[in-house]
Design a protein around this ligand. Structure first.
Ligand SMILES: [Zn+2]
Length: 199
């Protein structure tokens, strides 16, 4: 089984499907991640030009911690990912890697309007939805819940390797407890909207 994780930014896979990814690894599935941007814009005005390389390194270490086989790092521009470029990039990988299952951001989230998440989700649907099943993360319309209790600590450790994102992630975690629907996370589960392949 070959799994692909599509991340607009260096931390998305760990935050939204890191536990599920770890479960795949433990089942001896091959897990590869594609990160579309270096996340250089960050979340705070203090973030400077050296921020992108730091985030790339954090993602590499988190991927290693969870046991992904490979990370494909791209630089399509944080906050300005062109959907057409995302499609081309994913199509190229689809031809060489040929995943059996794809995780990607939910492109129809009603109020999480990050343009890169929308572009990545739409691109993933465009490239994969007629070929393989997708599980869309950060969704408000979950149709599949993965119990990640057994690997929850692994996930938390991997998320914490994104040191530059600590403030945001801690805020996000608090928010997750207040309103888990928003994040597609409920304590020790991860939620997905499943899109089955239509041939
Ligand atoms: Zn993101």
């Amino acid at each position: 089984m070959r799994v692909l994780l599509v991340s607009p930014h260096p931390d998305d896979a760990e935050v939204f499907c890191g536990g599920t990814a770890r479960l795949h690894v433990l089942q001896k599935h091959r897990v590869e991640e594609i990160i579309l941007t270096r996340g250089e814009r960050g979340t705070l005005p203090i973030h400077g030009p050296r921020y992108g390389p730091r985030r790339v390194e954090e993602a590499r270490r988190a991927a290693e911690a969870l046991g992904y086989t490979r990370v494909h790092q791209h630089d399509l521009g944080d906050m300005r990912v062109p959907e057409a470029d995302a499609i081309l990039t994913l199509r190229e990988l689809a031809d060489t890697y040929r995943p059996d299952l794809v995780y990607a951001p939910e492109p129809t989230h009603p109020f999480y309007k990050h343009p890169d998440h929308h572009a990545a989700g739409r691109a993933a649907l465009e490239v994969f939805q007629h070929k393989v099943p997708l599980r869309l993360y950060h969704t408000q319309r979950p149709s599949h819940r993965e119990d990640i209790t057994t690997v929850y600590e692994d996930k938390v450790r991997a998320v914490k390797l994104h040191k530059t994102q600590r403030m945001l992630l801690e805020a996000g975690r608090i928010y997750t407890y207040i309103n888990p629907q928003w994040a597609g996370l409920r304590g020790k589960t991860e939620e997905f909207r499943v899109v089955l392949a239509r041939k």
